[in-house]
Design a protein around this ligand. Structure first.
Ligand SMILES: NC(=O)c1ccc[n+]([C@@H]2O[C@H](COP(=O)([O-])OP(=O)(O)OC[C@H]3O[C@@H](n4cnc5c(N)ncnc54)[C@H](O)[C@@H]3O)[C@@H](O)[C@H]2O)c1
Length: 455
């Protein structure tokens, strides 16, 4: 039900915290800031989330995050022109004003689109998931480059949008595929996104600055890519009536947790990377649209070989270092982590694509397998078991507070997902690849690292 307009109007003396409260209490995406009824500006939940990520004091004036000159609709406009103007603006919340700039009403984009797409999508429910047009943002990355091969083999048409931060060799394997189209571009750019979304039915969003160390290099850039762009992409999907949206979040949102955690546990992020994931999850799931069908997947730490190899992931790094140098160092050792192979991540994403909307819509799933939670000491034991003559040194850990053991029952119960591969399979695979192909002796090269540090 539409909230009362008066609840959405705040005086220009209000604080950011008060506007946040009004947004939460009224289930809307923003509030209007007025002086004696006259519109000064608008504050959206995304403006507040950005302020939170930048550690802005929430008790300062709301004017510090307010957008002036917002998109408005005149109260003289006809109903049909109002609907068309709001849809083409893509604005989530639009004030209606009279000739004196006084707010007299407002419109939610979602309410308008719900009516519009309800008719269009009625017969689509069971048509997943053959020959779909799928956009994979970040498709040239570690997970994306494997995923796009699998999607093509299932006869989907795949468009990849990627900035190619880690080079273009990662997508050489699909360069001749007629079902793959590549756009080199920045997912922060609305025009690029609009082009990338043309004729797309499903979006899989993997395009981010990945890992705690990489995210600290330039925090403003990180917030722009890892939060603001996600919000904008979601808004554009909704505007275009794209139903299915899969977002790669991370189990690192659980941060430091001594008890086993599941999707209902309180997140405890200990890095900007994880905080951006939490805020993006909200941006995606707070939409309450009747047709938009997003699913958030909190990925366990991934391992295994990929077309864009990463060695800044703990299993991959330990395995290759142990194989080549016969010595690894484990910091701490008692901390728990959930692990999953890159093939199983892709399988899980595809399983979500093939699942009924009524099951996975608006859901958060931990993507992994409860059997694959290990302490780093246990990982060390596996390495010793599989690779000959390895020395393991345990050092005290001063930097890394992350410790989380994750329950994956929800995805198993809802869609039957379990992992096919274990971390032992990956260690053996790296060992065999090195022995037979002499690959990865250059494992310290910067191309394998988002930033030289383990995630
Ligand atoms: N690998 C893991 O262990 C793991 C664990 C949990 C979650 N995830 C999530 O899975 C997703 C993919 O991770 P990955 O391991 O493949 O990382 P990756 O760094 O290999 O891939 C990310 C890709 O996104 C692209 N990209 C970055 N910024 C972009 C921008 N502004 N515009 C367009 N493209 C951009 C990069 O060029 C890169 O190809 C990320 O969202 C990550 O947070 C990964």
């Amino acid at each position: 039900m539409k909230s009362n307009l008066s609840n959405l109007i705040l005086n220009h003396n209000a604080t950011i915290r008060q506007s946040m409260k009004a947004i939460q209490e009224n289930g809307v995406r923003g509030v209007f800031i007025c002086e004696e009824g006259e519109l000064l500006g608008i504050v959206m939940d995304s403006d507040i989330r950005r302020a939170i990520l930048k550690n802005v004091n929430l008790d300062v004036s709301v004017k510090t995050v307010m957008k002036t000159n917002p998109f408005v609709i005149s109260d003289k406009l006809s109903k049909i022109d109002t609907v068309n103007a709001i849809i083409s603006s893509g604005k989530l919340l639009v004030p209606v004003i009279n000739q004196n700039n006084i707010v007299t009403d407002y419109h939610n984009l979602n309410d308008i689109l719900n009516d519009f797409y309800a008719i269009k999508n009625e017969s689509k429910e069971k048509s997943y998931c053959k020959n779909k047009n799928i956009l994979v943002i970040g498709g040239a990355g570690y997970i994306g480059s494997v995923l796009i091969s699998k999607l093509v083999s299932l006869n989907h048409n795949v468009r990849v949008l990627d900035l190619l931060l880690y080079g273009k060799d990662n997508i050489k394997h699909i360069s001749q595929e007629r079902r793959v189209e590549f756009i080199r571009g920045d997912c922060r750019d609305q025009k690029v996104i609009q082009k990338a979304l043309e004729n797309i039915e499903i979006v899989i969003h993997l395009g981010e600055i990945v890992g705690d160390p990489a995210c600290t290099i330039n925090e403003v850039f990180t917030i722009d890519v890892n939060y603001s762009a996600t919000q904008m992409i979601v808004d554009q999907c909704i505007r275009l009536g794209i139903e299915k949206f899969i977002f790669a979040s991370s189990c690192s949102v659980y941060g430091q947790n001594d008890n086993e955690v599941n999707e209902l546990s309180h997140p405890n992020p200990v890095s900007l990377y994880a905080r951006c994931k939490i805020e993006s999850e909200h941006a995606i799931l707070d939409h309450h649209s009747n047709f938009f069908s997003p699913t958030v997947l909190r990925l366990a730490t991934v391992h295994g070989k990929s077309f864009r190899q990463r060695f800044d992931l703990v299993i991959n790094f330990f395995a290759i270092k142990a194989i080549i140098e016969k010595k690894i160092q484990i910091f701490g050792g008692k901390q728990w982590r959930p692990f999953i192979s890159v093939h199983d991540i892709c399988k899980g994403i595809i399983d979500i694509l093939n699942s009924s909307k009524s099951v996975v819509r608006n859901q958060i799933y931990n993507l992994g397998d409860s059997r694959e939670n290990y302490t780093l000491n246990e990982v060390g034991s596996f390495i010793k078991e599989i690779i000959d003559d390895v020395e393991i040194e345990i050092l005290s850990d001063k930097n890394d507070n992350r410790n989380y053991k994750v329950n994956f029952d929800k995805i198993k119960n809802d869609i039957g997902f379990t992992a096919d591969y274990t971390i032992k399979d990956t260690i053996i695979d790296f060992y065999e690849t090195y022995r037979t192909e002499h690959k990865f002796s250059d494992y310290l090269q910067s191309k394998y690292y988002n930033k030289f540090c383990l995630t």
